[in-house]
Design a protein around this ligand. Structure first.
Ligand code: GFB
Length: 323
């Protein structure tokens, strides 16, 4: 990948990946396993409720990780975000506060906190650079999640400033890939449309529904590319400012819907449901900072969708699809 000098060597370390059953956490686990030189720690929801401070403090005291990836979060697409404001705000503030404070108390050397591109203002100049944070009002459909993630960035900065911790924040663009949530009440646009197209094809339906106008633009990053970036940044980045991770390219929802239908093999028409929200008009990250560090994404949207659909087909047969 890159031969730049390491700022933190993960080799030989005990690494706790929170949220390892989710799409992002499981991709980070795959990435770390492929290195073969770290000892992984994970904990399922039954074993550890990350919203519970005393459980988290006890877990850290017992397991003493050297490095922690904060991939655990209450997440969802535009519908879940706008209908579950309390869960999106409370759960995420509790999870990140507990993990970061527990990391500090137990002298964790490196924390990588993951946020989201929805931290930026709704009308931020595009592409959105890291400096756009807190320069304007948020998109209402995901303001609760965004506020929680902004609090996480500030926690990381505060622990750096007050305690000299080498913790960092990474802001991914919209993600998709194996392990995504296909439950239509929670799903982001790609898994939702993949599932709808698959079911429409099996039912020989003549059309399927796409929410909103189809005209808004989103940038999509394949989750294994994100995991590669996150592990790269853990080793090579130690800045106080959060850092964007994306592809630097965006498409309209209509364009991504057409690509999904092609990969799935659904040839019917798309009907746009204007009663559903569009959300933010455009979300494209400025990725010049991470590219200057020596990292860029390498999975095209077409290739990522093919890989994701192959995973979906295999797992739906085995009844392993969430939702
Ligand atoms: O991916 P998505 O749910 O979230 O929606 P956001 C993206 C766009 O796709 C919106 C449209 O304009 C949706 O109206 N869309 C079309 C659909 N059909 C569908 C469908 O069947 N399901 C869904 N879900 N969307 C989220 C935030 O915003 O992005 C989170 O709510 C987070 O906070 C995440 O930041 C990355 O891109 O609008």
């Amino acid at each position: 990948m890159n031969s730049r000098q390491l700022s933190y060597d993960l080799g030989g370390k005990k690494v706790f990946v929170t949220g390892h059953r989710g799409m992002v956490g499981s991709a980070i686990v795959r990435q770390l396993e492929s290195r073969g030189d770290v000892t992984l720690t994970t904990a399922g929801r039954q074993q550890l409720d990350l919203r519970n401070q005393s459980e988290v403090f006890d877990f850290f005291k017992k397991h003493k990780p050297d490095a922690v990836f904060v991939a655990a979060a209450t997440v969802g697409g535009i519908f879940a975000n706008s209908t579950r404001p309390a869960e999106f705000l409370y759960d995420n503030i509790a999870i990140e506060s507990n993990i970061i404070e527990a990391s500090h108390r137990n002298d964790v050397e490196k924390v990588v906190f993951l946020g989201s591109s929805c931290i930026y203002p709704k009308m931020a100049e595009q592409p959105m650079s890291e400096d756009a944070l807190l320069t304007g009002p948020l998109e209402p459909t995901n303001q609760w999640y965004a506020i929680a993630k902004i609090a996480g960035i500030k926690l990381v900065q505060a622990y750096r400033e007050q305690y000299g911790r080498r913790y960092i924040s990474v802001m991914p663009t919209n993600l998709y890939g194996p392990g995504d949530n296909f439950n239509l009440d929670f799903a982001h646009v790609i898994p939702a449309l993949m599932r709808k197209a698959h079911e429409a094809k099996l039912a020989n339906a003549s059309s399927m529904t796409v929410w909103g106008s189809g005209k808004v633009r989103r940038e999509f990053l394949y989750v294994d590319d994100l995991a590669d970036a996150v592990v790269f940044l853990a080793s090579h980045y130690d800045g106080e400012q959060h850092i964007n991770v994306g592809t630097g390219e965006d498409v309209t929802i209509a364009e991504v819907a057409a690509k999904i239908c092609k990969v799935v093999g659904f040839e019917g028409t798309l009907e746009y449901d204007a009663s559903k929200p569009d959300g933010t008009p455009r979300k494209l990250l400025d990725v010049s900072k991470i590219e200057a560090q020596g990292w860029s994404s390498n999975t095209s949207l077409e290739e990522g969708l093919r890989l994701m659909y192959a995973w979906f087909c295999k797992n739906i047969e085995d009844n392993m699809i969430r939702g």
